[in-house]
Design a protein around this ligand. Structure first.
Ligand SMILES: Nc1ncnc2c1ncn2[C@@H]1O[C@H](COP(=O)(O)OP(=O)(O)OP(=O)(O)O)[C@@H](O)[C@H]1O
Ligand SMILES: [Mg+2]
Length: 250
């Protein structure tokens, strides 16, 4: 089982939007997907409510868990609950228990785990990065957001160096790109100059209103019967095709 973590300690950059779409994408590509929602805001859990079926995500930190297998490709959600708010202290035992649960599940039923994280750098995000094989960091392109990128990179690279040499950084992925905004295009150019191909993913997800509409309907954007949504879906799936190839899951 491969584990992908969608992570950025900044709020509202599109982590949950991308995480749930990744789960839908992989399920449509005949994968068995375990979705772990580590954010007590539980936005992804709400969107994927029809697929809840695992133990709650907080339990992964507390005890050995058994996740029921999926009989066919699809998604099983370990939901976010208020208990996640109690997981605050950086404690090696919690981290080890979480990793050990993922390792046990890895031996059986699932092809991929997608982990959505909260907008803070605390023990839940740290654990996800310690347990993950891949991390993707959605960013937005306003000036203020760009200031936080170096800290985010420091955290990801720091976890890789200290705790998890197997963590593969898929890159920063600009989301909600306003393609007609000169300011955003300039910011994207300076990001490319600064971080190049080492830290920047080769692709962007533009801002499209149909993405919000699709989430409200709890459906992937590419499934809405509207040209604008299908176009937005095509843009997102092009990015996911590249990701899947990098993860050897294509
Ligand atoms: N590419 C996009 N185009 C249009 N709207 C988007 C796009 N990506 C995300 N959004 C919208 O932006 C808002 C924030 O997205 P999301 O909840 O995924 O961010 P987040 O990083 O998970 O936030 P938090 O840190 O609070 O968990 C949502 O209303 C979502 O519908
Ligand atoms: Mg979120």
């Amino acid at each position: 089982m491969k584990v992908i973590v969608v992570n950025n300690e900044k709020g509202g950059v599109g982590k949950s939007t991308i995480a749930v779409h990744l789960a839908w994408y992989f399920a449509e590509h005949r994968k068995r997907v375990l979705f772990l929602d580590l954010d007590p805001q539980s936005n992804a859990t709400t969107t994927l409510s029809a697929q809840i079926g695992g133990p709650e995500a907080a339990a992964f930190f507390a005890r050995p868990v058994a996740v029921p297998p999926l009989s066919a490709p699809g998604i099983r959600v370990a939901p976010a609950t208020p208990a996640l708010r109690g997981i605050l202290t950086v404690d090696g035992k919690l981290i080890q228990q979480f990793c050990s649960n993922l390792r046990d599940i890895s031996g059986c039923h699932y092809d991929i785990a997608v982990i959505d994280t909260p907008p803070t750098f605390g023990v839940r995000n740290l654990t996800a990065l310690v347990a993950g094989n891949f991390v993707l960091a959605p960013i937005d392109l306003d000036d203020y957001a760009i200031d936080g990128i170096e800290t985010l990179l420091k955290h990801i690279v720091g976890v890789k160096q200290k705790y998890n040499p197997n963590l593969n950084f898929l890159g920063l992925i600009p989301n909600r790109l306003q393609t007609t905004s000169p300011r955003q295009r300039d910011n994207l150019k300076s990001l490319i100059q600064k971080f190049g191909t080492r830290y920047l993913f080769d692709g962007v997800i533009p801002q499209r209103s149909s993405i919000g509409e699709a989430l409200a309907e709890k459906k992937p954007v590419w499934s809405l019967p509207k040209t604008a949504a299908r176009d937005a879906g095509r843009e997102m799936r092009m990015v996911f095709d590249k990701l899947a190839a990098k993860m050897d899951l294509a």
